[in-house]
Design a protein around this ligand. Structure first.
Ligand code: URA
Length: 197
C-alpha cells in the first residue's frame, strides 16, 4: 500500500471514530477531525497537542494564531511548511480548548503511532509538554523526561522500527502568544532542526 493510501486509511478510521469521547462534541459543533498535513516523506515531523477552534473548523493543523507562529519559526530556518508533516496527538478538538485527558491521548495515540511509521521522520519535534510526554514515552525515553522548560531545544537520540531517530522537544508555539520571551527561545531552539532538513 502506498504512503498516501496508508494515510487515507488512518484518516478514514479517525473520521469514523465514534468510540471517541470527543466524537459527540465534534458532531454537535460541526467540527472536523484534524488528521495532519504535509509531506508523507518528511524528515521533520511536528506533533502538537490537539486542534483548536480554527483547526476544527477547517480540518487543518496549526492554521490559527499558534500556526502563524509556527509558520514564522519554519521560515526562520528556511524550511517550507509543505516539506514537513504537522499533526497532533489528539485529532478532535476538546471542548473549550481544555487540555486533552489521558483517556483521549490513549484513544488517539495509536493513530499518531501509525503516522510516524508511515512517514519515518529523521526527527520528531513534539510541541509542548503533552506531545513531549507521549513521544518520549513511546520511544523509551520516559526515564529521561524533564520539564519542557529544561528539555526544550535538546536532542534525544533513540531507535525506532525504521532506524535511528531523534526527538527534539519544543515549547508549544501558543506559549509565545502569552509570553513574548518564549518567541525568542523558540527561534533559537528551531535552529537545531536545520541539520535535519
Ligand atoms: N494547537 C495545537 O496543539 N495544535 C493545533 O493544530 C493548533 C493549535
Amino acid at each position: 500500500m502506498s504512503k498516501t493510501d496508508e494515510m487515507k486509511k488512518v484518516r478514514d478510521e479517525v473520521v469514523g471514530l465514534t468510540a471517541s469521547p470527543l466524537y459527540v462534541y465534534r458532531k454537535e459543533s460541526g467540527n472536523l477531525p484534524v488528521i495532519g498535513e504535509g509531506n508523507h516523506d518528511a524528515n521533520i515531523l511536528f506533533v502538537g497537542e490537539a486542534p483548536g477552534r480554527n483547526e476544527a473548523k477547517t480540518g487543518r493543523p496549526f492554521c490559527g494564531a499558534a500556526g502563524k507562529i509556527l509558520d514564522e519559526l519554519l521560515e526562520s530556518i528556511g524550511v517550507a511548511r509543505e516539506s514537513v508533516y504537522i499533526t497532533n496527538i489528539v485529532k478532535d478538538r476538546p471542548p473549550e480548548n481544555r487540555d486533552p485527558s489521558p483517556s483521549e491521548i490513549e484513544i488517539y495515540g495509536p493513530f499518531l503511532d501509525r503516522q510516524i511509521e508511515i512517514i519515518e521522520p529523521k526527527v520528531i519535534a513534539p510541541l509542548g509538554r503533552y506531545a513531549m510526554g507521549y513521544i518520549m514515552e513511546k520511544f523509551d525515553l520516559g526515564a529521561e523526561l524533564e520539564p519542557i522548560s529544561v528539555a526544550h531545544g535538546k536532542l534525544y537520540k533513540t531507535g525506532s522500527l525504521f532506524g535511528e531517530m531523534t526527538i527534539s522537544p519544543m515549547y508549544h508555539p501558543a506559549a509565545a502568544i502569552y509570553t513574548r520571551a518564549l518567541k525568542d527561545t523558540l527561534l533559537e531552539d528551531f535552529k537545531i532542526l536545520k541539520q535535519f532538513r
